[in-house]
Write a protein that binds this ligand. Structure first.
Ligand code: SAM
Length: 286
């Protein structure tokens, strides 16, 4: 980070408590449906039992928290923790509509906040642990949320270079804008892509029995059913990488939009735009 609050990759810091959270909320259903396959795989890995008490870190709109609430049943519970007040309010609203009484949501920074009813049996996170400015301190705090013998299950993106969807999108943007060199460990979607670094973070926080499996699948850009035009709009308006394009002005934005449409047309089937993706499914014990 420099003192202007920007990552050295040139992107504004991921302001999840503010603008980034609001933007995720504005496209909540599309984001959640896009990453649903990773959520399904991580929930299958976690295999929750009735009665377990789970904390869902960076829970966003609460899609995974609701699934966990169902899995642990009336005798168990799930707490969704998120730094964005807007997302916490939306998640609580959706839980009320689903009439799930065993889940609740709290706003807080997972790097420092300690829920009053800690320790939990289990800690879960789908793509909610890659944005910490001090990941060593944050993972130590998350370790402290778990009881002895507790378990962590998290999903994080593999490196950008191993994610065809992001390389294609960055390639389209790079045709029109000089992109800054990537900063692999800077807070952002790919911050925990290096497996050795990820394992070291977990070990330093006091986790053991660390296992990292590969999830390899497809991303439906903009969610299932998106056509190339709407997927391109989604990338530029909804995703963080749209921030790279905004300062370049409307003409450049239109050119990037067209390049994205051209790429997405080559990766479109009857269910929308489909591009390869890779994530790590991590498990560990305290
Ligand atoms: C990529 S979104 C994933 C949301 C949700 N886990 C899902 O899969 O639908 C990342 C989430 O992490 C949250 N987040 C980022 N930094 C956080 C922090 N320090 N403490 C708590 N939540 C955080 C964001 O507000 C956002 O909801």
């Amino acid at each position: 980070m420099n003192h202007a609050g920007e990552n050295t990759d040139g992107l504004a810091a991921h302001d999840w408590a503010g603008e980034a959270g609001t933007r995720w909320l504005a496209q909540l259903d599309r984001f959640e449906s896009m990453i649903a396959p990773v959520g399904d795989a991580l929930l299958a890995q976690a295999a929750y039992a009735a009665g377990e008490r789970v904390v869902d870190i960076g829970c966003g709109g609460g899609w995974t928290t609701r699934r966990i609430g169902v899995a642990v049943g009336d005798t168990g519970s799930a707490l969704g923790l998120d730094i964005s007040a807007d997302l916490v309010a939306a998640a609580a609203d959706r839980a009320r509509q689903a009439a799930l009484a065993n889940i609740r949501f709290e706003q807080g920074d997972a790097a420092s906040f300690m829920p009053g009813d800690a320790p939990f049996d289990r800690l879960f996170s789908r793509f909610g642990t890659m944005f910490f400015h001090d990941p060593y301190a944050a993972f130590a705090n998350m370790r402290a949320m778990l009881r002895g013998g507790g378990r962590l299950d998290i999903a994080v993106w593999a490196p950008a270079a191993e994610n065809p969807w992001t390389m294609s999108v960055m390639g389209a943007i790079g045709e029109h804008i000089d992109l800054p060199p990537p900063q692999p460990r800077a807070p952002g979607p790919f911050a925990l892509g290096e497996q050795d670094y990820l394992a070291e973070l977990l070990q330093s926080a006091g986790f053991s029995d660390i296992e990292i499996d590969t999830w390899l699948g497809d991303q439906r850009i903009g969610g299932p059913g998106s056509d190339p035009e709407s997927a391109a709009r989604f990338v530029l308006d909804g995703m963080h990488i749209g921030d790279l394009v905004r300062p370049a002005g409307e003409e450049v934005r239109a050119a990037v939009h067209q390049s994205l449409v051209d790429i997405f047309e080559r990766h479109c089937d009857q269910n929308g735009v489909r591009m390869g993706a890779k994530a790590w499914l991590v498990r560990a014990r305290t």
